[in-house]
Write a protein that binds this ligand. Structure first.
Ligand code: BGP
Length: 464
């Protein structure tokens, strides 16, 4: 097998501010910082975000290592709680403006295209406590003010912008499945929050188009797409997979690319009495401010089946899971450490879905990766982690991606999660994903076997 990718393909990796920088020099807490301060026991091994992978102090060395792995583009995020001094006025913390300027310049000096995201799960804690966070549209307007500062400050060098990373994970984590602070279970709020984030994203895109001077610059959103495959062809399972797809994927996908929420979903939410509060003016903003291009985070698909009890007879508050149950398909291939199914062909299905149903919009794989625990099991005598399983994982996903591209899908890049092992929310350092390992005892960083392998792929654009 010898597969050739386009010459200007983005070979890279993704991280985020809150997961890599550490809290050094930051005056405000985001919801995860706050949660850790209140209740460290929630986090794996009680390791919080204070140091993360120390990017704040070691970014020059870290970027040098990323260059050594051959990455030509890297995504990170600007932390709202780092850049901004006062959230109402979006006044700046000058020391942290200097920090982000230095980071951007360092990437460019090393020949790495910096790709910038604006929100990676890092809602300022005080905006949750004062306003209810994303439950309140005012917070979306404050977010736009922060984004405007970013466009003005860094738009001369950043050409690739993204508004939100994985908005559905915010909705699920904060309001459904309890893995983000404030850890609630409230389906009605979840629906409103999804809408409010989509509206904030569209308003951010509108602001970008007013401020940006560079015709080459683009803005998009990063969505975690999880194809929902039915357990069988029975009517019940098909209906379950259709609803799961509407809720998990198409809600943000349709609104961001086509400018309107899927009518089937809107009708269902309305019939259930949980539809979001929206004005015609807001819906017009969403319609008029669709994305230039798309980032797709792909880790695992969903296998779904009809719920055991009929949705209408459930005497509980509304939850999307009223309409679908997870199906533990016998024989599916699992990453046992993370508990996620490995199904590389889904990347091909996503590629064709974008080609056929979303105007063949330009997109890239903005995250894909394999989280493995206790990777020091695989250390060789030279002190290098021999992560052959990760090489195989990337190869298989690239194989299916290439096939989708051959069949006309406009994919322009592949980013692994993550360049350097970093801190990961509630899971802290439990699962490692990077091309480069971090020893959290001393912050020593070492390129893994996969990093050396990827360098060759990136240099030649060829997958053998
Ligand atoms: C994605 C997030 C990343 C990263 C990754 C790995 O959902 O965008 O921030 O954390 O998942 O997942 P986890 O850290 O839960 O293993």
């Amino acid at each position: 097998m010898k597969l050739t990718f386009p010459k200007d393909f983005w070979w890279g990796a993704a991280t985020s501010g809150p997961q890599s920088e550490g809290r050094f020099g930051k005056d405000h807490a985001n919801v995860f910082d706050y949660w850790y301060d209140m209740d460290p026991g929630v986090f794996y091994d009680q390791v919080g975000p204070n140091v993360a992978s120390n990017f704040y102090n070691s970014f020059k060395e870290d970027i040098r290592l990323m260059k050594e792995v051959g990455l030509n583009s890297v995504r990170t995020s600007i932390q709202w709680t780092r850049l901004i001094d006062d959230f109402e006025t979006a006044s700046l913390n000058q020391a942290n403006v200097d920090f982000y300027n230095a980071v951007i310049d360092e990437f460019i000096a090393n020949g790495i295209r910096p790709v910038m995201n604006l929100h990676h799960f890092d809602l300022p804690a005080e905006l949750y406590h004062k306003y209810g966070g994303w439950e309140n549209k005012h917070v979306g307007d404050l977010f736009v003010k922060f984004a405007e500062q970013c466009f003005r400050l860094f738009g001369d060098r950043i050409k690739d912008w993204f508004t939100f990373n994985e908005p559905m994970v915010i909705v699920e984590g904060q309001y459904l499945h309890q893995f983000h602070y404030p850890n609630l279970v409230d389906g009605k709020k979840a629906v409103q929050v999804a809408y409010n984030i989509q509206l904030a994203s569209a308003k951010t895109i509108r602001a970008f188009r007013q401020i940006n001077q560079n015709p080459e610059s683009k803005i998009g959103i990063i969505l975690n797409l999880t194809p929902a495959y039915p357990a069988s062809q029975s009517a019940g399972d098909l209906a379950a997979s259709e609803f799961a797809d509407l809720w998990l994927n198409r809600l943000f996908m349709d609104a961001s690319t086509l400018g309107a929420f899927p009518t089937g979903l809107v009708a269902r939410l309305e019939a259930d009495g949980v539809l979001w509060e929206a004005t015609p003016e807001e819906l017009a903003i969403i319609k008029d401010n669709t994305i230039d291009y798309l980032g797709v985070n792909f880790y695992h698909p969903h296998r779904v089946q009809a719920p055991a009890i009929s949705a209408n007879s459930l005497a509980v508050d509304w939850l999307p899971e009223k309409y679908f149950d997870e199906y533990e398909m016998p024989g599916r291939r699992m990453n046992v450490d993370k508990g996620w199914e490995i199904y590389p062909k889904a990347v091909y299905d996503i590629a064709l879905d974008i080609r056929d149903n979303y105007g063949n919009i330009d997109w890239f794989v903005s995250e894909n990766g394999m989280g493995v625990s206790r990777e020091d099991r695989y250390l060789n005598d030279a002190g290098v982690i021999e992560d052959d399983y990760r090489i195989q994982f990337i190869q298989e996903h690239l194989y299916w991606l290439h096939k989708g591209m051959e069949e006309g899908s406009n994919c322009f890049g592949y980013h692994l999660w993550t360049p350097i092992d970093c801190w990961s929310w509630k899971n802290a350092y439990r699962n490692r994903y990077g091309f480069i390992s971090t020893d959290i005892r001393n912050q020593k960083k070492t390129i893994k076997k996969s990093g050396h392998w990827f360098k060759e792929v990136a240099a030649t654009d060829v997958l053998e």
